[in-house]
Design a binder for this molecule. Structure first.
Ligand SMILES: Cc1cc2nc3c(=O)[nH]c(=O)nc-3n(C[C@H](O)[C@H](O)[C@H](O)COP(=O)(O)OP(=O)(O)OC[C@H]3O[C@@H](n4cnc5c(N)ncnc54)[C@H](O)[C@@H]3O)c2cc1C
Length: 323
């Protein structure tokens, strides 16, 4: 990992293995991850473009799901992983996720002849703006630019405007970053207001009701400052699969109990991470010149140590049985 200031000066570089043997970073393109997971399933088991518009509990204990195309499903069990705007979470009484005061532009730079970068994460810190880029394949480099904004702003679909706004934020920043943004196809550039929802004990609804349960961002949207949102969604899936398998295999545990046990196990991980990600984001987005000077000249070069900072990424679990 390399950390630079906006003028291109290197403040610090780390080798993960030198800092902590257990640490490594794997950058994965979302499309590849989804295809890899979907390929493990029978080909007709995923139904795309099935937007849920309404959910209702039926008298027989099943859950009725109404889709945008007018079709309806009756489900014995619903595992809702429908993201930050989850209609299922809304139905369960969760409040809307809260905007945290910064937004991110993201994209995937494409180098048809092969990308020239080492396999490392590159961070660049400015005043109230930060950016990063990391190769995700031999031809693609993921980047983001995170910036302060008093409101989430309107949804922008004009991709040339998104590119223009990104370039305005990082004008005169290191050439590598500008080049990657330049080589980013329009259709991969997006702007996302960053939000989270803190799962206060007692005050927050439970993660499940009856045989309906929330997973991932639908339950615990967190800001991306620790790079843990998708990781936590995958961890949720592993824990939930284990609990459900126990319930299906034995009479001792019902589906509802399995869901509650999943919540109990996961809450202690996702709630502190959500808060920590929020606090880290607030610190990193401070634009006070004195703080930025201290950060660039003392905190990053002399005080930060990667092992403890990344300790939260460790997640131990038993492999899932496949039979
Ligand atoms: C700028 C940024 C950078 C990030 N960086 C990282 C990172 O480095 N590492 C990391 O681990 N995480 C990162 N994240 C977080 C990560 O993207 C999310 O936590 C992750 O995508 C959550 O996965 P999910 O499956 O719960 O939800 P999503 O990925 O949002 O998937 C939800 C799915 O539900 C579908 N859906 C939505 N509404 C409906 C509906 N009504 N009916 C049916 N389907 C619906 C959507 O189409 C989508 O397919 C980042 C997020 C942002 C914004």
């Amino acid at each position: 990992m390399v950390i630079k200031s906006e003028d291109g000066n290197e403040m610090r570089s780390f080798n993960f293995k030198d800092e902590d043997e257990s640490q490594e970073v794997r950058a994965v393109e979302r499309r590849i991850l989804l295809e890899t997971l979907a390929n493990q399933l029978p080909s007709d088991s995923v139904s795309f473009s099935s937007r849920l518009v309404n959910i209702q509990r039926e008298e027989n204990g099943e859950t009725k799901l109404q889709l945008q195309d007018g079709s309806e499903l009756s489900a014995k069990v619903v595992i809702a992983c429908d993201g930050i705007g989850s209609p299922v979470a809304k139905w369960m009484g969760f409040p809307e996720p809260k905007y945290v005061g910064h937004c991110a532009f993201r994209g995937l730079g494409y180098f048809p002849e092969g990308q020239p970068f080492n396999p490392r994460v590159n961070y660049i810190y400015g005043k109230g703006i930060r950016a990063a880029y990391v190769p995700v394949s031999s031809t693609k480099v993921y980047w983001f630019v995170c910036f302060n904004s008093s409101s989430p702003g309107p949804k922008i679909t004009d991709t040339s405007l998104l590119r223009q706004q990104t370039n305005e934020l990082v004008r005169n920043w290191p050439a590598d970053l500008l080049n990657i943004i330049d080589l980013t196809p329009d259709d991969t550039i997006i702007r996302t207001p960053l939000v989270d929802r803190w799962l206060w004990p007692v005050a927050s609804p439970p993660a499940s009701t009856g045989k309906v349960v929330l997973v991932g961002d639908a339950w615990h949207p967190m800001t991306p400052n620790l790079g843990q949102g998708a990781c936590c969604a995958l961890e949720d899936a592993v824990v939930l699969a284990k609990k459900l398998a126990e319930a299906v295999k034995s009479e001792a545990m019902s589906i509802e109990e399995a869901f509650r046990s999943y919540q109990d196990e996961r809450w202690g991980r996702v709630f502190p991470l959500t808060i920590r990600a929020n606090v880290v984001g607030t610190l990193l987005q401070w634009d006070d010149p004195l703080w930025c000077f201290v950060r660039n000249n003392i905190v990053i070069p002399k005080l930060v140590s990667l092992g403890p900072v990344l300790e939260h990424t460790n997640f131990e679990f038993e492999p899932l049985l496949t039979n």
